[in-house]
Structures are given as structure tokens and as C-alpha cells.
Design a protein around this ligand. Structure first.
Ligand SMILES: [Zn+2]
Length: 280
């Protein structure tokens, strides 16, 4: 009887995992399963089918569903050119404190006709290991033309653009983000193998992201990405300053080398680096 019960439990577990896989294959939008919403009288903060983040962490979409997501390390559109280890779902997981602060920044952005759009949030340590493996391989520079047009692969690490070890993102309160004018324009998907344009090119030539012009693309490993680079002027400069003002007021500090990178000053895990994967 005991053995039968174990077998039954195992079958049930496998079935539950397969259901979860099906949900993850359904698409990349952070959506709730419709049948769940219909059955449940009150929306649950963690709908069935979505794995709960560990204690202290939340799914940003559960705190503020209006914040846009474009989780690049889940896609092929990043400096490596493929999905990064640990990113099994296009979710933005952050600490509860970071989520509340981002919710505040989003309300302030909305008052200016803008929305936050997240490129990266919590990042498992294993993603940094993946970056290091990529850095050590001699080939795999297929995305150089867009993301590091003026650098060699080794310079990407030497210049501090890519953290192979213990990125602050792995503490859960550091995010990469930009601003989008409301209502958001549609954005075409990146097609692996498409012709690449340097992230330092004029906004009219770069990949057609639906964001405000920030003077360089996301993860553009170039000094033009320094938040106050003097070559970035006019609206692009103003847009960087608007993002910095919104995020500073919400309690974040900018990395001056990357206009998109912000860390919550009151970090609840100032010396803890996490490695749980981002699951569907
Ligand atoms: Zn970052």
C-alpha cells in the first residue's frame, strides 16, 4: 500500500510539472491563466502554474501589473545571442522592498505619461557563470556588432560591463530598466540572425525598441552608455535624467557607467547572493 501511494504521488507530481511546462510554452507575456481567474473569487497573488519566489522575493507583476517587461536574458536579443542559464521564464523577480519602490517610481512615471520597462531584475548567480563561460569561449561573438561594436570580448569583462562574479542583480534589489511613453507602441520581436545595428547608432537606425531614446541601446557596452556622457545631448540626455530623477526619488542609486542600472539603497540582502532559477 505504501509503495502504491508513493507511485500515485509520483504520477501526480509529474503531471503537475507537465502542466507547468505547458503554461510556460504558452507565451512570454506575464499573464494569469484565464480559467484560474474565472474560478477564483479573488485573484491570488501567486496564481497556480506560477512558481512562488522564495521568501523575501516577489514577482513584480503581482505588485504592479502595469510595469512593462522585456526580459532580454530570456530571449536571443542580448549580448550573448541566446537565452541565459537560469532564465526559464520572462519574469521580473525582485525583493519585496524593491518591488514597492518600483511601484512608487511607476506611479510617478505615470503622472508624466510614462511607464517603466524592465530589462533585467533578479539574476541567478548561474547566469554570471554562463556569462563567464561565454567570455572564455573563442567564438560566440555573433552579437558584437550590436552590443560591443568597439570592444573585444575580453574588454567587455575588463571594462566592468559584464559581471561574471556576484553581480548585484543576484541580491534581488538591482534592476535594469528604461522608460516608455504611454500608450506603449507595439514592438516587433527580435529575429535571431537578423542584420545588427550598433547600439551607439542614432535612434532611427538602432533596433526599433518602443522606449524613449536614451542615446544608446540597453546593454550597450560603450562609454556612450555612461549616464552623463557629454556626447549624449538634447532629448536623450533629458530622458536619462528623467529616469534618474524617478529612480533616485524612489530610493535607488544609478551606476554612472550604465544609464539603465539601478540598485535599491536600502538593500534588504546587502551581502547575500542568490542562485535560485527564474522558473515559470
Ligand atoms: Zn544591471
Amino acid at each position: 500500500m505504501v509503495r502504491l501511494a508513493v507511485v500515485v504521488a509520483l504520477v501526480a507530481t509529474v503531471a503537475a510539472c507537465k502542466t507547468r511546462d505547458r503554461h510556460s510554452d504558452a507565451g512570454t507575456l506575464p499573464s494569469r491563466a484565464p480559467e484560474t481567474a474565472a474560478e477564483s473569487p479573488r485573484p491570488s497573488p501567486i496564481p497556480p502554474g506560477k512558481s512562488p519566489p522564495p521568501p523575501g522575493f516577489v514577482d513584480l507583476s503581482d505588485v504592479d501589473s502595469t510595469i512593462l517587461l522585456d526580459i532580454r536574458y530570456y530571449t536571443d536579443h542580448n549580448f550573448v545571442g541566446r537565452r541565459i542559464d537560469g532564465y526559464a521564464a520572462p519574469r521580473c523577480l525582485v525583493t519585496a522592498q524593491a518591488a514597492q519602490a518600483l511601484h512608487g517610481a511607476q506611479r510617478s512615471a505615470n503622472a508624466q505619461g510614462l511607464s517603466l520597462k524592465m530589462y533585467d531584475c533578479y539574476r541567478p548567480l548561474r547566469a554570471g557563470e554562463d556569462f563567464k563561460r561565454w567570455g572564455a569561449s573563442l567564438n560566440e561573438s555573433e552579437m558584437k556588432a550590436e552590443f560591443f561594436p568597439s570592444l573585444s570580448k575580453s574588454d567587455v569583462f575588463r571594462g566592468g560591463y559584464v559581471a561574471g562574479n556576484r553581480s548585484p542583480h543576484s541580491r534581488g534589489s538591482t534592476v535594469d530598466l528604461t522608460l516608455v511613453a504611454l500608450p506603449p507602441k507595439p514592438q516587433r520581436p527580435f529575429v535571431k540572425g537578423e542584420a545588427l545595428v550598433a547600439c551607439t547608432a542614432a535612434v532611427s537606425e538602432r533596433f526599433p525598441d518602443n522606449t524613449l531614446d536614451m542615446g544608446s541601446g540597453y546593454d550597450c557596452f560603450d562609454t556612450r552608455s555612461h549616464t552623463t556622457d557629454p556626447r549624449v545631448t538634447g532629448p536623450a540626455k533629458q530622458n536619462r535624467l528623467t529616469l534618474r530623477q524617478l529612480m533616485t526619488a524612489a530610493g535607488f542609486r544609478n551606476n554612472p557607467s550604465e544609464w539603465w542600472h539601478y540598485s535599491l539603497i536600502a538593500d534588504p540582502f546587502p551581502s547575500t547572493y542568490f542562485d535560485f532559477p527564474i522558473n515559470p
